[in-house]
Design a protein around this ligand. Structure first.
Ligand code: C5P
Length: 411
């Protein structure tokens, strides 16, 4: 993986050489781009020694630009990681300004960008910084951390840069490129996110699914070498690189898209929270509020999971069940009723499940179960994909080209 590592001027820059080593240990090729203030905390001599490449810092360095221009650097990168990221660089990226080499590369790249903020906890919680964080997230920039704990300024709070190893693991987890692993050579289809069922041209029924769990499953399957097709309802998540994403809106669209590509799929991960009901007909014009009350006729949406599980040459099927109560009971009855091979159950509610980055689940199958403690959806997805693959191979044997279906709606 080609990594442009942007280092900005925070005290945590002293950890940058260690971060470079961690990225290289995982197979990263690291090109460092540091800002002028970063040079106050760490020397380019140390960084050049660990990265094995001359450090770039000046947009106007003619010789360096001749060797690899800022545009070439922006194209070369599979990922841009900024660690430590100061409040200042976050603000500059938000503004779209490009006064230095690093922010110019950020503007010119199509690669995913991840930032690991590091600053005093009051600076981090300042509304301006939090507003910038939100904008960055909405634009699909990955925010890694910050951690909570004692700070260089002697205070304690949120604002510590995550540990280099944690950052390196997260960067390699962005789903950049396809890995080799348990699912190499397998085709995995995954549905994710909510569906949106129109009432009239301006209103619709939807649910609180963020798509995070399904996207994490897609990245985890790709990391295990699978060819992944991600069929996604409307979410505000960046498209994971190396994964074919098909955007849909309604349950009917999702049903069609699934059946278009399920034919030769080995794995079907339906992580979507598909609407159970949709308005019987979409009004052509905006409904006027003339009456004191009104009702909307709803009809059932097609059950994508059930339709895939009922295919004659049926794939190995795993469903997710998001429940607010009696989670295991409801999940097991769904497992049986829908004739699934596995079901992944989790509790959802105001305090957990939907937009959260963490989740805890219980996986059930005919004669067993496995509980997974609360972890980030990314970590959890890796463990779940591994378990699914193991259960699948146990059911079908390792020397065949098995078909596997995972169906989920926990997020
Ligand atoms: O029956 P219930 O909706 O709770 O089942 C949840 C599972 O069924 C999830 O995996 C979800 O993706 C899937 N599902 C579906 N099509 C629907 C409703 C649910 O694929 N219309």
């Amino acid at each position: 993986m080609n990594i442009v590592l942007g280092i900005t001027g925070g005290i945590a820059a002293y950890k940058a050489p260690d971060l470079v080593r961690r990225l290289k240990e995982r197979g990263g090729d690291v090109q460092i781009v540091m800002t002028a203030s970063a040079a106050e905390f760490v020397t380019d001599t140390a960084l050049q020694a660990v990265s094995g490449r001359p450090v770039r810092s000046n947009l106007w360095d003619k010789e360096a630009e001749r060797a690899m221009s800022h545009i070439e650097l922006a194209r070369w990168a599979d990922v841009i990681l900024i660690a430590p990221a100061t409040a200042e660089v976050m603000a500059r990226i938000v503004s779209g300004g490009a006064p230095d080499l690093l922010t110019t590369i950020c503007l010119a790249t199509e690669a995913p960008i991840a930032v690991a903020p590091a600053m005093n906890h009051v600076m981090w919680s300042n509304p301006a910084t939090q507003a910038n964080r939100k904008v960055l997230e909405e634009r699909g920039i990955h925010i890694l951390g910050p951690g909570v704990g004692s700070q260089a300024c002697g205070e304690t709070g949120a604002g510590r840069m995550l540990e280099p190893d944690t950052i390196a693991a997260a960067v390699f987890d962005l789903g950049v490129g396809k890995g080799e692993g348990l699912l190499t050579g397998k085709k995995v289809v995954i549905t994710a996110g909510p569906t949106r069922e129109p009432i009239d041209p301006v209103r619709y029924i939807t649910n609180r699914s963020s798509g995070k769990m399904g996207y994490a499953m897609a990245r985890a399957a790709a990391a295990q070498g699978a060819d992944v097709i991600l069929i996604s309802g409307p979410v505000s998540l960046p498209e994971p690189p190396g994964i074919e994403v098909r955007k849909v809106v309604t349950a009917a669209d999702m049903f069609d898209a699934t059946h278009e590509c399920i034919g030769d799929a080995d794995i079907f991960v339906a992580a979507a929270a598909v609407a159970d009901y949709r308005p019987a007909d979409m009004k052509k014009q905006k409904i006027k509020k003339n009456e004191e009350s009104m009702s909307i006729d709803l009809v059932r949406c097609p059950d994508i999971l059930a339709s895939v599980a009922a295919l004659d040459v049926g794939p190995f099927t795993v469903g997710f069940a998001a429940e607010t109560e009696k989670v295991d009971d409801y999940a097991r009855s769904k497992l049986e009723k829908k004739a699934l091979d596995m079901i992944i159950a989790n509790r959802v509610g105001d305090d957990c499940g939907f937009d959260s980055d963490d989740n805890s689940v219980n996986v059930l199958w005919a004669d067993g179960e496995q509980r997974f403690a609360e972890a980030s959806k990314t970590e959890l997805a890796h463990d779940l994909i591994e378990l699914v693959a193991r259960r699948f191979y146990a059911a079908r044997g390792t020397d065949t080209q098995p078909r596997l279906t995972v169906i989920a709606n926990t997020d």
